[in-house]
Design a binder for this molecule. Structure first.
Ligand SMILES: Nc1ncnc2c1ncn2[C@@H]1O[C@H](COP(=O)(O)OP(=O)(O)OP(=O)(O)O)[C@@H](O)[C@H]1O
Length: 647
């Protein structure tokens, strides 16, 4: 069956909220590098270090833009710091008995410059921040995609820790706050903080030195309390990605086409809604716990009130007793108001921390490693002699135990081998190991006597043409769907036609409205949806296109599962053409398909239980013979009944 739903529910071994994972558990990630070890840090520190990490990425992403934005932010902060000075000067000139025109003009000009700077610079800053944020989003997404695809094997995708980080890197678990939003928040926060600092200096100058110390401390302390709340919320979000991932998966099932039929037919609607709601609120529960207590809130308000009174009362007293001029009082009062910028900045801070939390996850994903050293030998022309499994043992990461256990098997080059066995016996697993997508835990696979690990995994993949049981239905053109068999090859219409002819898709292609360029997806207005069997023929054509470009090992996992009787019959008729000169592995439950192979291997208890030709295995009267009889019995009985009724 083709892949149906894009997201898997969380792995049972996924970490519970807030539960740290020891670094050595994960063999796919450098957990401790570049400050990405999130588990050891306290929530507040973690939020701050996420932001620092994000800031460090900015020049790497776009040096010029970062510099321009930094200059603008500082310039704007300097401009806004002039505001109290300009107003102070203007008020002083206006209240001065001499009514000096010079003083009024200077005040007005200063005020005009400040306002002009603000009006002109603000939209430019917003635009630059947006562009830098978009660049960061693109770079983060690229790092995630690149990292997730880098390991030559696919075991990391079965790892709950890796899956959680990928999810976080995609920012799905964080209410879709992409890292670029953090840049916008930073571009707003930094001028605020700078304004706060300048205001502190002005208050010290126009008032007394201790005034900014008292008021600034009150703002910083209460702001820190709020920041800790944000840290807790963000880490609650991050820790709860397992639940949120489940919620996202359920939403996907409910809102997309692949599962729509079953959801309706089995009446899963209420179940889905209920499960989604539960998963969503489970994911959010930590958020609610992370709220600041009302007592803390009250304390913060009282502290700020007291600090303001402690500064304002002496200021007014000094002004009324002639110890402060009108200009000083005006500047001091405005600076006093500007000091709020050192405190909690609500949405901006929240946005900054939530949006920057995806960055360490993306960096960790970007550093995913191939399990073990990747081999360097080429693989062109292999195998010449044989592929051999020697005492191969394998268990999936996080799986329930050994799927293969001491398996020995020989695939002579240029011949075909069918693999049969019960559901879950390990047939598909065997093909994935052959393709190098997983490495054996014990034993080895050799190609012409050389360990497969010694070969460059990409070079080995070029030798393979595979149709997996869950082949992918790419929503692209027919040409692309076939061409993906060898993406780096020059456009080759002859190979395209030959591969689709052998794969049984050519007759379908000629009927399509746009021919080779028909977009294969019902989700687009100009797209066309294929039937299951047509998709399978296309998947086979893709593999045969790879063969036309040099692949020498053909792996077909249930290649006839979706085919109608005629198409299956035609495929059998072409089988020798298709497999000529190739080393072919055929996984199937259909004995009509299995019989096409030169040899047959029965997978049983993690090993090869029986091996031989169809006739040899029937003569041995073992498991294969029993399975064959079970499948052919109804037809034989039917034949006997028809024979006797004719007689
Ligand atoms: N990604 C995975 N993670 C963990 N366990 C897995 C994974 N893929 C398969 N398994 C388990 O490995 C075992 C063998 O699966 P495999 O798909 O190789 O069986 P199969 O012989 O091809 O079965 P079928 O005939 O049903 O296609 C099964 O028990 C399955 O649950």
């Amino acid at each position: 069956m083709a892949a149906s739903v894009p997201e898997r529910p969380p792995h049972p071994s996924a970490a519970r909220a807030g539960e740290p994972r020891p670094a050595e558990v994960n063999r796919f990630m450098k957990v401790d590098s570049r400050g990405t070890n999130e588990s050891k840090k306290k929530n507040g520190d973690r939020a701050a270090s996420d932001v620092l990490l994000l800031v460090r990425q900015l020049p790497r992403v776009a040096k010029g833009l970062t510099f321009a934005l930094a200059v603008l932010v500082v310039g704007q902060a300097a401009g806004s710091a002039l505001l109290p000075l300009a107003t102070g000067r203007l008020v002083a000139a206006l209240t001065d008995a001499s009514k000096s025109m010079h003083g009024v003009t200077v005040g007005l000009v200063l005020l005009g410059v400040v306002l002009f700077l603000d009006v002109v610079l603000d939209p430019i800053r917003t635009m630059l921040a947006w562009r830098l944020g978009t660049a960061l989003d693109g770079a983060t997404a690229q790092t995630t995609v690149d990292g997730a695809l880098r390991p030559a094997q696919i075991g990391h995708l079965d790892d709950a820790d890796v899956a959680d980080r990928i999810e976080r890197a995609r920012a799905v678990g964080l209410g879709a706050h992409p890292p670029g939003q953090a840049v916008t928040a930073l571009a707003g926060l930094v001028p605020l903080r700078l304004t706060g600092l300048v205001s502190a200096v002005l208050l010290g100058w126009a008032g007394q030195w201790w005034m900014p110390v008292v008021l600034g401390s009150a703002w910083v302390v209460t702001g820190r309390w709020q920041e800790k709340e944000i840290g807790r919320s963000v880490s609650a979000h991050a820790g709860e990605t397992a639940q949120l991932r489940r919620a996202a998966y359920l939403r996907e099932v409910a809102t997309t086409a692949p599962a729509a039929k079953e959801v309706r037919l089995f009446g899963l609607r209420s179940w889905l809604v209920e499960r989604f709601t539960t998963a969503w609120w489970d994911g959010m529960v930590q958020m609610r716990r992370a709220r600041v207590s009302p007592r803390r809130h009250t304390l913060a308000i009282l502290l700020l009130l007291a600090a303001h009174l402690a500064v304002v009362l002496p200021l007014v007293h000094q002004a009324t007793h002639g110890e402060r001029s009108v200009e000083q009082l005006t500047v001091a009062l405005q600076a006093l108001l500007g000091l709020f910028a050192l405190g909690f900045s609500g949405d901006l801070q929240w946005m900054l921390h939530t949006a920057s939390a995806a960055v360490p996850a993306a960096l960790a994903v970007g550093e995913l490693e191939t399990a073990g050293e990747a081999g360097r030998l080429g693989a062109a022309g292999l195998p010449q002699r044989e592929i051999r499994f020697e005492k191969v043992g394998f268990a999936y990461p996080g799986g329930r135990g050994r799927v293969l256990d001491g398996l020995d098997l020989v695939l002579p080059a240029g011949s075909s081998l069918a693999i049969v066995g019960d559901n879950g016996a390990g047939k598909s697993t065997l093909t994935k190991l052959l393709a190098g997508l997983y490495l054996p835990d014990s034993g080895r696979i050799t190609v012409d006597g050389q360990d497969l690990r010694a070969h460059d995994p990409e070079a080995w993949c070029r030798q393979l043409a595979v149709v997996f049981q869950d082949f992918v239905r790419y929503p692209f053109s027919v040409r692309d769907n076939v061409g993906f068999g060898r993406i780096e090859a020059e456009a080759d219409d002859e190979a395209l036609i030959e591969a689709t002819r052998l794969g049984g898709f050519l007759s379908v292609e000629t009927e399509l409205p746009g021919g080779w360029d028909t977009l294969l997806s019902g989700a687009y207005t100009d797209g066309t949806e294929l039937s299951g069997g047509q998709w399978q023929r296309l998947a086979l054509s893709r593999a045969l296109y790879a063969v036309r470009h040099g692949a020498r090992v053909l792996v077909l996992d249930e290649p006839t599962a979706h085919l109608d009787v005629q198409a299956e019959h035609e495929l059998y008729a072409r089988f020798l053409d298709i497999t000529a000169g190739l080393t072919t592995v055929l996984v199937s439950h259909r004995f009509a398909t299995v019989r096409l192979a030169d040899r047959i291997a029965v997978v049983q208890d993690g090993r090869i239980g029986e091996y031989g030709t169809h006739d040899e295995l029937l003569a041995a009267d073992g498991r294969y013979a029993r399975m064959f009889r079970v499948q052919s019995q109804p037809f034989m009985e039917q034949g006997v009944r028809e024979g006797s009724s004719r007689a």
